[in-house]
Write a protein of this length. Sequence first.
Length: 140
Amino acid sequence: MSDEDRLRFQVELEFVQCLANPNYLNFLAQRGYFKDQAFVNYLKYLLYWKEPQYAHYLKYPMCLYFLDQLQYEHFRRELANAQCAKFIDDQQVLLWQHYTRRRTRLLNEAAESVSNHQAANAPTRNTQTNGQTIQSQNVQ
């Protein structure tokens, strides 16, 4: 990959990820970028970031949702309204808060389930003492 290709990749990666920011989208809309057909075509071109070989580079996958929405004129037009961008921003924060709490809870439940399963399936050993068999679990 040439230096020019590497630079283009990095610039497009950074730009696509900026699309996850509703305030930046509002900025672009208020300055008329979404009315420029060349810019709209560029947004269509950027859809290649949805392909797995590119998407795994994204740190903010929410940008792909907004990239999809930006393909619709109505969405682009509504973004010029600061209250619309604020609403989207608020919803995004709520999603992250809910997602983080839910993910933490699910991970804790899964870890507890694995721990319980391992304890239940721990190997046992038999020991004979004065003719009596005593069964014990190996503690790990």
